[in-house]
Structure formats: C-alpha cells, structure tokens
Ligand binder design. Sequence first.
Ligand code: NAD
Ligand code: MG
Length: 382
Amino acid sequence: MRNVAILGSTGSIGTQTLDIISQNSSELNVVALSAGSNIALLEKQIRQYKPTVVAVWDEDKAAELRQNISDLSGIQVLSQMEGLLAVATIPESDILVTAIVGMLGIRPTIAAIEAGKDIALANKETLVTAGHIIMPLARDKQVKILPVDSEHSAIFQSLQGEGHNEINQILLTASGGPFRGMTWEEMQNVTLEQALNHPNWSMGKKITIDSSTMVNKGLEVMEAHHLFNVNLDKITVVIHPQSILHSAVQFNDGAVIGQMGTPDMRIPISYALFYPNRKPIKSDYLDLFEVGKMTFEKPDLNAFKGLALAYKAMEQGGNIPTVLNAANEKAVAKFLKNEIRCVQIPEIIADCMENISYINNPNLDEILETEKLTYEYIEGRY
Ligand code: NAD
Ligand code: MG
C-alpha cells in the first residue's frame, strides 16, 4: 500500500489524482488532503477517502468544516501555512502530490522533501522559482521528483533506460492555445471568455490563462531545465495543435523518443504514483486512425511575448524567474477579475523584470521577498 498526501485535492489535478486512487484502491491510500476554500467538495472527499489530516487555507472555512464533520472522529483540520506543512509532512505518507497552484507550494514542497517524501510534482511554479534549491535538496535526501506536468512526464518517460546517453535536444510540445495563429495586434482585445476556452485540455483557471498567453510554456521550459538539468539552448518549443505527442527527446544519434497519448492528465498522474510501473486507466485510449494527422509549427515569439520573456528571465537567472512568475500570478489574477486586458499580462511581466532588483542565487527568504516586492510594485501601478 502506498500512502498519498495531496496539496490542492479539490482542483483539476487533485480530483483526477483521487480518481486514479479510486481506480487502484487496493494499492493507493489517502492520508491527507488540502484545499483553498471549497469545503463542500473537501467534505465529500473526507467522507470517501478518510484522511487523518486535512487543511483549508481560510481559518473561518476550516472552523466551518470542523463543525460539518463533527460526526467523524480522528480527523485533524488545520489552516493556513501550518495546515499545508502538516499535510506535506504527515509521517504516514510515502508521496506528496503537489496539485496546489502558485508559489504558495514552495515551502510545503521543501518541507516534504526534508521529511523524505517522494514528490509527484504538478505545481510547476515551485520549480520555476526555487528549482535551484529543490532539485539539489531532493538529490541530497534521495527523494524522487516525479513530474506530473504532461510534457515533463513525457520527457521523463522518454529518458527511461537511457542511462548517461547524451541529449541533443528536448522537444517540448505546446498546443498553442486558443490564440494560436493570431498576431500581437489581433490579440489586443481578446476576452477572458476566449482565453478560458482551451482547445484540448480542461484545467484550472490559472493554467488555462497561462496556456492562452503561452507563459505556461515559458514556465515549462524552466521546469524542464531544472528537472532534467538541460541547458536552455537544448530546449526547443514545438507547436503541435493536436496535443497527441506530449513531448520528446532527441538523443546524440538523432533518434527521437517521445510519448503519445490522449490529452488526459490521469496518464502522467498514474505514472508518477506507480513509477516505474504502469497501470490500466479507465478512459479512452489513443486511436491514431481517429487522430489522422499530427502537425508541427514554430512558436511566434513576437505574438506570444510571455514565452520570449521566459527565455530572457532564464538567461538573466537569479531571482528574475521569480519576478516573472510572481508578476504573472498577479497579472493573471487581475485578468481573471477583468481588471486588465489579456495582452497586459506580458507587459506587466516585462515591466517588473526591468524594475525589481536583481539578486544572485536567491535563498528561500529572498525568493519570498521578491514575490512580495513584485506584488507591491504591480498593486501601485495597474
Ligand atoms: P486548480 O485551480 O484547478 O486547483 C488548485 C488547487 O489548489 C485547488 O484544490 C485549490 O483549492 C488549491 N488552492 C488554491 N489556493 C489555495 C490556498 N491559498 N491554500 C491552499 N490550497 C489552495 O489548479 P490545477 O489546474 O489543478 O493546477 C494545479 C497545479 O498543477 C498548477 O501549478 C498547474 O500549473 C499545474 N498543472 C495543471 C495541469 C492541469 O491539467 N490542470 C496540467 C499541468 C500542470
Ligand atoms: Mg504542461
């Protein structure tokens, strides 16, 4: 039996993780769950999966949940960062699924690694901002960082059995999102509704907006750099609108090994939970005759300025990826409230990257301070 803790169990990745756990209930067991504020769904999950520790970010909601489950015994309900840290480090767990969104996941992820937990990592923002701390720590503690992001799972799967064979390039695929083919000028007045309408994937709101601006692919380039220790000039973004080839690796002999499948996050989730084994999944399997054709294009870096900015942030290094990520989180939150236009997201990121002070090799406190300064900078101006 493998004991699983989940940060963000009520979200898109969290609920799909619970689906995989239900499909394999003799092998996987839930010990801890956490959510931001959706206590109605969290209560259902508690009654079904019987964890011993749960966390709700909001203390008032946590108090309400304690009332609502007062008929159950042996469940601790915590809140705020204390709650996230308790879920991340619960002694009974073997693996933590980081399905929370944003930089909030950094501290619990580090705490879990320090406690010796394997990590099924969906929360890419933690690697973008603190990958230089997380990856060496994981090696030191001998814990596995198992990618859940579909592209990174595909790369990870492509690397199995390759030992020290040299990577020529990583081919990181991208659907291109709802605005693929548009110019920067044509994107000026796209709406929130259009941005939330992803052609292939059903995901949480933040990553859906990130996919429409292609900032998501920029974050994924940085995520790949940290996970696979590959330099930026060896990571090529390839637009592949059908989302069937989830990414690939070209080795030094020219051979390209990739992973294909339907756009179903339960495949990478299941692979991370059972690695190195594979288990059947109840869903439609890939039918290449139905797919018919697969196409590939170069990304338009002039139209998708967020992707170009991510390359720039990586080159600058230090705390600049954190500035990009924090600026993006704040700008996306504003766009989701219709306070800014979609095209202002990369403009705000660029402004912050120019104006927040550079810090070389930032430690955890400096990363969190950079986040705070970036938020304050945006609040004063947009
Ligand atoms: P989501 O918005 O659907 O879910 C986020 C989860 O985090 C929810 O359970 C929510 O309650 C919780 N949460 C939010 N704020 C919180 C807070 N303050 N305290 C505690 N919990 C909080 O997001 P998602 O789409 O599932 O994405 C989760 C992560 O996985 C993101 O980093 C995203 O980039 C990554 N990811 C998602 C997908 C996908 O298909 N959805 C694919 C690849 C990577
Ligand atoms: Mg992805």
